[in-house]
Design a binder for this molecule. Structure first.
Ligand code: SAH
Length: 592
């Protein structure tokens, strides 16, 4: 819950705006000296409309640890600045300040070093991948080395789709005396002699079989022993798995609960299809599958990691079939009196984000797209679009920029990078799935990578907003480019649009080599709708040189249109109202 504290009239009004924008916030009335301690105890984050100095005095006696304290943001009386005072990373203060600034029209004042130089903070490193920081990690020393440009080694047991790291962080084995970042599910030692940070990736799945009445302690001891003997960290266990017959076995469930693992449950016939090293006919006779522990561990490890609740960008499980995906059994079946366990290691899944960067203006690029661009270690796109977002990328990001016309290569490069385990953002203007890179990439992408789509404001929406409300009723998007589509097909679709009386949005209306197609399309529409039907065009919507024009089907001159223009032709119901193009919403019942 977010707490809001305001004492002045201006602060109260601003707090009201935040409360409206963010349902579920709580207002704290009364003096700040009484309200802040209460909010501090009850909230995950707090926005105070107070001077930073006043807040610091009130917060000082309340401070605990940066891992548990709420993030506290101060906003000045004129609403110009939102300043995260404590809990900037773990308490979400930086994010809260950015969100408050967005609602109130001010600016977030970010002072944490890693954000100021644009690099990833080590206390957040891999958090969205499910990494857990090992106790005893020397975050401060390694973090300072990363920021100061000192050499730091990064040793990862597998190719995790990590965020970009600055060039002084080099992949490879630890070096004597050099600060080290380790990503591993192994207990160690890792051979480091400098300050070290160890992250536990969510790489292990414990498969469990049990007979009726198994005690929880027996299951726990069997799992602990299996992991310890194999030199594996229990903190890397991401999930447990079993057969559906055992999904209500109390001892098994209690052991899983103690480990705080989600449980994947499979029917026996699904488990029976998994090749395992130690099948058993006795088990088959009892359960219908020759293996429970080994097969369940392997099957769950081959699937996507269980979703993180509340994270909008967690790739959904799109019903991905469980391919083998490089999964390996790291502990073969072990048995105790009433239980069996086996441990499988999942191969990390690369991440492909298909990101629409909007029509041009920076404020029409969504915050989620910005987050994905900063999350990716590899950016793939057309050079002009990459230039457009270059300022947002973190240091260390690899850029694959190519010129016009290399769509297949771009798509293939993005998919290959993700398949190699990297975090890739494939970008496109507007929405990256509308006449853009999304489909060629996803035609190539296999089941072993996660795909995240980030919608962008497509040209037809950007243009429509400038023209008025031309898309108030049914409409169609048509690309007039006959580069990849036969003109006959395009013409058939335009004819259908004309006959259906749909508003038409023409993408790719013309280019240097293509001039007659738009004229032809307009003539097809003109056969079915009145000569006075409004036609609007927008060149470079939300970019420098933006131009907007309106005309009618009879008067419109297609010669003014080029490849940077979008054309919208109204339906027979569209009309001009006070110089704006409007398609009435109520098609049948509106008074004409
Ligand atoms: N993925 C893009 C469309 C790519 S097709 C999107 O969703 O917007 C390229 C065509 O889109 C151009 O020929 C032009 O018709 C249109 N277009 C893209 N951006 C535009 C802009 N800012 N202003 C006007 N038209 C634009």
């Amino acid at each position: 819950m977010i707490g809001l504290i305001a004492v002045t009239a201006a602060g109260q009004r601003a707090a009201e705006r935040l409360a409206e924008a963010w349902p579920g916030t709580r207002r704290y009335e009364g003096s700040a000296s009484a309200a802040l301690p209460r909010a501090f105890a009850e909230c995950d984050a707090i926005v105070c409309f107070l001077a930073v100095g006043a807040a610091v005095r009130l917060l000082a006696p309340l401070l605990g640890s940066k891992h548990t304290d709420p993030g506290v943001v101060c906003v000045d009386e004129a609403l110009r600045y939102a300043v995260p005072v404590i809990g900037a990373h773990a308490g979400g203060g930086n994010d809260l300040a950015r969100r408050a600034a967005l609602v109130l029209g001010g600016e977030a004042v970010i002072t944490t070093a890693s954000d100021a130089v644009g690099s990833v903070a080590l206390d957040e490193f891999g958090a969205d991948l499910g990494f857990v920081l090992e106790t005893g990690s020397e975050l401060a020393a390694v973090g300072a080395a990363v920021l100061s440009g000192e050499r730091v080694t990064l040793t990862a047991g597998a190719a995790w789709p990590l965020p970009p790291l600055p060039p002084n962080v080099v992949s490879g084995d630890p070096e004597p005396g050099v600060p080290a970042i380790i990503v591993s599910d192994r207990l160690g030692p890792f051979g480091t002699t400098g300050p070290t940070v160890v992250y536990r990736p969510p790489s292990l799945v414990v498969g469990i079989g049990a007979s009726r009445g198994v005690p929880a302690a027996e299951v726990t001891a069997l799992i602990d022993g299996a992991l310890a003997d194999a030199g594996l960290s229990p903190r890397s266990v991401r999930q447990a798995a079993t057969v559906d017959l055992k999904a209500d076995e109390a001892g098994l469930l209690a052991a899983i609960q103690a480990g705080d693992w989600p449980l994947a449950v499979y029917p026996a016939d699904a488990l029976a299809t998994v090749p395992v090293p130690n099948p058993s006919e006795v088990v088959r006779a009892a359960t219908g599958t020759p293996s429970v522990a080994e097969a369940a561990a392997l099957l769950a490890a081959a699937g996507p990691r269980p979703a993180v609740p509340g994270d909008p960008a967690t790739p959904g499980d799109l019903g991905t079939p469980h391919g083998s995906g490089g999964t390996e059994l790291v502990v073969a079946k072990r048995a105790s009196a009433h239980a069996t366990v086996a441990v499988a290691r999942a191969r990390p899944r690369g991440r492909l984000a298909v990101v629409g960067i909007g029509p041009g203006a920076r404020d029409l690029l969504t915050p989620r797209a910005v987050a994905e661009l900063r999350r990716a270690s590899v950016i793939v796109g057309l050079d002009q679009y990459v230039d457009q977002v270059a300022g947002l990328l973190r240091p260390g990001t690899t850029v694959h920029a190519t010129g016009l016309g290399h769509e297949r290569e771009r798509a293939a490069a993005a998919v290959a990078e993700a398949a190699a385990g990297r975090a890739v953002a494939l970008i496109g203007s507007g929405d990256a799935g509308v006449y853009a890179m999304g489909s060629p990439a996803l035609e190539l992408a296999g089941e072993t990578i996660d795909v995240v789509g980030v919608p962008g404001i497509t040209a037809s929406l950007a243009a429509a907003a400038l023209l008025g409300a031309p898309l108030g009723h049914d409409h169609a998007l048509i690309s007039l480019s006959d580069l990849h589509t036969a003109w006959e097909a395009i013409e058939r679709r335009v004819t259908a649009v004309a006959e259906a009386d749909l508003v038409a949005c023409f993408y790719n209306p013309a280019s240097r080599g293509r001039s007659w197609q738009l004229r032809k399309a307009l003539s097809i529409l003109a056969a079915c709708r009145p000569p006075g039907t409004p036609v609007g065009w927008v060149r470079d919507a939300s970019r420098p040189g933006e131009a907007v024009g309106m005309s009618t089907l009879a008067a419109f001159d297609p010669a003014q249109v080029d490849m940077r223009t979008l054309v919208i032709v109204g339906s027979s119901r569209s009309r001009m109202v006070a110089g704006r193009m409007v398609t009435p919403r109520d098609y049948l019942w509106a008074p004409s």
